[in-house]
Design a protein around this ligand. Structure first.
Ligand code: WQD
Length: 338
């Protein structure tokens, strides 16, 4: 079965391409490479042993999207394509709404026009804002998102939910990611941040690799065991596998319309310092860091209750924090070897 993967050359997208092949699907990538690098295609070819079919196009373009879906006889879509830098979304909100919301609306329109009935959407725990109670359940109220980025995810979830509710044949799932980290164990694909990494783990690996002088830890005065923020750090391969289980769940569902959301995390929380210490321990390397002031917009603590995905999708994260940090260091080292 051919699956269109928008943003398939991205960090999570590329790891999902591998798992789609491993599960007998045939993924087709559409990516405009605005936030990913074509070198990912070489890494995928080395892992898979053959080139992955891709279209260097923008999924905001309804005409091209329809051409691809019809030509490839697409039966399902995984929609990753989006900008995802929280800080950038605050500086350039319109760019985020046009791209993230616009591409989802365009995709839905073309799916309905071409009769594609299965959609897995890349959502985010950021829709919860700072929850009152953790771990968060899927029924935890979504808060007025703390950033335009988060708000685009809330709007896209509602776009999809309401389209399903309009009884036009569509079965969809939104997966709410927590903090994806790690890399494929081969070290051939991984996260490729552009410029200065905004996320914690790529910043750590670049400091450890000597590319940056030190890591600034954004605050240690939070109400947590060591004062640093708590997050649910999930291996990107576990996250990729959740998309396969979601597709299979949709295929098995009877009826023409359904919509559901699932938390996709480990169900465990770790502090920033625990992550730094674990990285140093498993990789036997020091990370030069300094405790700084809090970063605007950061939430104090969040991690997910992931029982629903286990019970309904038959999915559960399997990799440990240690494995994630070993895998990501291997990727950083291979990246630097060129
Ligand atoms: C994690 C922690 C920082 C960098 C991410 C994605 C967002 C969404 C949710 C998918 C925070 C601290 C970070 C640094 C630091 N994911 N930190 N120094 O903010 O949880 O958001 O997950 O949709 O797209 O960005 O992740 O890695 O930026 O921060 O101390 O140099 O690490 O304060 O506590 P975040 P992050």
């Amino acid at each position: 079965m051919k699956i269109l993967v928008t943003g398939g050359a991205g960090f999570i997208g590329s790891h999902t391409i591998v798992e789609l092949y491993n599960s007998g699907f045939e993924p087709i990538i559409i990516d405009n490479f605005s936030n990913s690098d074509p070198s990912v295609l070489l890494g995928l070819e080395k892992i898979l042993g053959f080139p992955v079919k891709y279209y260097w196009d923008d999924c905001n373009d309804a005409v091209i999207l329809e051409e691809i879906i019809r030509k490839e006889n697409i039966k399902g879509v995984i929609h990753f394509a989006a900008y995802k830098a929280v800080n950038e979304s605050i500086e350039h909100p319109l760019k985020y709404y046009i791209n993230n919301v616009g591409s989802t609306a365009t995709l839905l329109e073309v799916m309905l026009k071409t009769g594609v009935k299965n959609l897995v959407f890349s959502s985010s725990c950021t829709v919860y804002g700072q929850p009152e109670n953790i771990p968060v359940l899927e029924t935890t109220p979504r808060q007025a998102a703390t950033s335009p980025y988060g708000n685009t995810k809330v709007i896209c979830e509602d776009l999809i939910r309401d389209t399903v509710g309009s009884n036009i044949p569509l079965k969809a799932i939104s997966l709410r990611y927590f903090n994806p980290i790690g890399a494929h164990h081969s070290g051939l694909i991984g996260e490729l941040p552009r410029g200065i990494p905004s996320n914690l783990v790529p910043f750590i690996t670049q400091v450890a690799a000597g590319l940056r002088p030190k890591l600034m830890v954004f605050g240690n005065d939070y109400d947590t065991p060591d004062g640093t923020c708590i997050r649910d750090f999930i291996h990107v391969v576990d996250l990729a596998k959740a998309h396969i289980m979601a597709l299979k769940f949709l295929q098995e569902q009877s009826g023409t319309n359904s919509y559901d959301v699932f938390n996709v995390g480990t169900g465990q929380g770790n502090t920033v310092m625990e992550l730094i210490n674990t990285f140093e321990k498993v990789n036997k390397i020091k990370v030069n860091y300094e405790i700084g002031v809090r970063r605007a917009g950061d939430i104090e603590k969040i991690y997910g209750n992931v029982e629903k995905a286990e019970q309904l999708l038959g999915w559960k994260a399997e990799k440990t924090l240690e494995e994630s940090l070993e895998d990501v260091w291997r990727w950083e080292m291979k990246l630097r070897q060129g």
